[in-house]
Design a binder for this molecule. Structure first.
Ligand SMILES: *[C@@H]1O[C@H](CO)[C@@H](O)[C@H](O)[C@H]1NC(C)=O
Ligand SMILES: *[C@@H]1O[C@H](CO)[C@@H](O)[C@H](O)[C@H]1NC(C)=O
Ligand SMILES: *[C@@H]1O[C@H](CO)[C@@H](O)[C@H](O)[C@H]1NC(C)=O
Ligand SMILES: *[C@@H]1O[C@H](CO)[C@@H](O)[C@H](O)[C@H]1NC(C)=O
Ligand SMILES: *[C@@H]1O[C@H](CO)[C@@H](O)[C@H](O)[C@H]1NC(C)=O
Ligand SMILES: *[C@@H]1O[C@H](CO)[C@@H](O)[C@H](O)[C@H]1NC(C)=O
Length: 291
């Protein structure tokens, strides 16, 4: 009996991965932010992922961030004044960069690619900066890579109503693999593209090793460099009420967490949730069954 108990104590003691949602806005503020946060938090028991949310930039200290398995920038925006103010100051950016250098994972959603626009490590961690978008439109998204949890549940051709972002560079140039693209014949964009974002048009992508993690001279932690995942979709509140869209984002979060470079899935890791957390019903069922 005792032996059995100690056997089961290992999975029980494992912490659930914990994700910090950061949604500070100094420029345009998306109305969908509160809907998005509740939608993500509603997925906790389905995906076994815990979420905290903050818009407080002073929360970005090394010790605060070290408790998270991933940091998720949700529709963040810098100020759009002539002199931009970024969503983190110099010290806060350093804490975030250190977090990445210790194996932390990163997830970016929608206008996160239009924040920290003067911070090269963040641009690299995202994969590309936002350039411009034509007005909100209906368009057909095309799944380019269906082997990722963020795309495996989507139809090959996925009709959406959203903003079709253009980017200032090609995320593939940093080693990202594109997951979603858009069929450009399904909407109108009369803007002028001066940058090369590569083809087919990137909409969502992943990086096996976030390219921002080692900038600044850090060396790779023994438990590895974290993953980075980004989607440009998610403008409207209605979108966050769509289970298909939520499966896209939750799949991206799940994939990023499975890097194994943080504590939730690696006891040797340097960052991540180390605390055992409220057992899920299935975990407590396992234990009561064994006693
Ligand atoms: C600029 O920022 C303000 C908030 O400070 C916002 O109300 C406005 O919509 C923004 N303009 C653009 C073009 O995003
Ligand atoms: C976390 O950040 C808050 C500021 O938001 C600060 O008061 C607190 O001391 C920090 N905690 C740690 C452990 O760094
Ligand atoms: C990535 O980092 C390099 C080196 O600092 C920089 O030149 C480049 O602009 C960055 N890329 C992005 C997309 O931010
Ligand atoms: C655009 O998509 C929305 C939501 O999917 C739908 O209600 C609407 O009818 C579509 N509009 C057009 C012009 O197809
Ligand atoms: C598809 O995505 C997986 C990650 O889920 C990645 O490892 C793989 O390299 C990608 N394939 C291509 C062809 O980009
Ligand atoms: C672990 O949980 C305890 C009790 O909830 C809390 O006081 C402590 O700050 C947590 N430590 C970490 C690293 O999250």
């Amino acid at each position: 009996m005792l032996f059995l108990l100690s056997l089961f104590s290992l999975p029980l003691a494992m912490a659930l991965p914990k994700v910090l949602i950061y949604s500070r806005t100094l420029g345009f503020r998306h109305e969908s932010i509160p809907t998005a946060i509740s939608a993500l938090q509603s997925q906790t028991s389905k995906y076994n992922v815990l979420f905290d949310a903050t818009e407080d930039n002073t929360f970005f200290t090394q010790s605060n961030l070290s408790n998270y398995d991933a940091i998720l920038f949700l529709s963040t925006t810098d100020s759009n004044a002539t002199v931009r103010v970024e969503v983190l100051n110099t010290d806060e950016k350093a804490a975030f960069q250190q977090y990445l250098a210790l194996g932390g994972n990163y997830i970016g959603v929608h206008s996160s690619s239009d924040s920290l626009t003067e911070t090269p490590f963040f641009g690299n961690e995202t994969g590309a900066y936002f350039d411009y978008h034509p007005p909100l439109t209906n368009a057909t998204i095309v799944v380019l890579n269906s082997s990722n949890p963020s795309t495996s549940g989507l139809p090959t051709r996925w009709p959406v109503q959203d903003e079709m972002y253009n980017f200032k560079s090609d995320p593939r140039s940093l080693g990202a693999f594109v997951l979603l693209t858009v069929d450009e014949s399904t909407y109108t964009d009369t803007g002028t593209r001066v940058y090369n974002q590569g083809s087919p048009h990137p909409i969502a992508w992943g990086q096996e090793h976030g390219a921002g993690a080692l900038m600044g001279g850090a060396s790779a932690p023994v438990t590895g460099i974290g993953r980075s995942w980004y989607t440009s979709l998610g403008h409207l509140s209605e979108t966050w009420e769509d289970p298909l869209f939520l499966s896209h984002v939750m799949g991206g979060i799940q994939w990023a967490l499975e890097s194994g470079s943080t504590r939730a899935f690696n006891t040797q890791a340097l960052v991540g949730n180390a605390n055992s957390t409220t057992p899920t019903s299935s975990r407590s069922a396992t234990v009561s069954g064994s006693t």
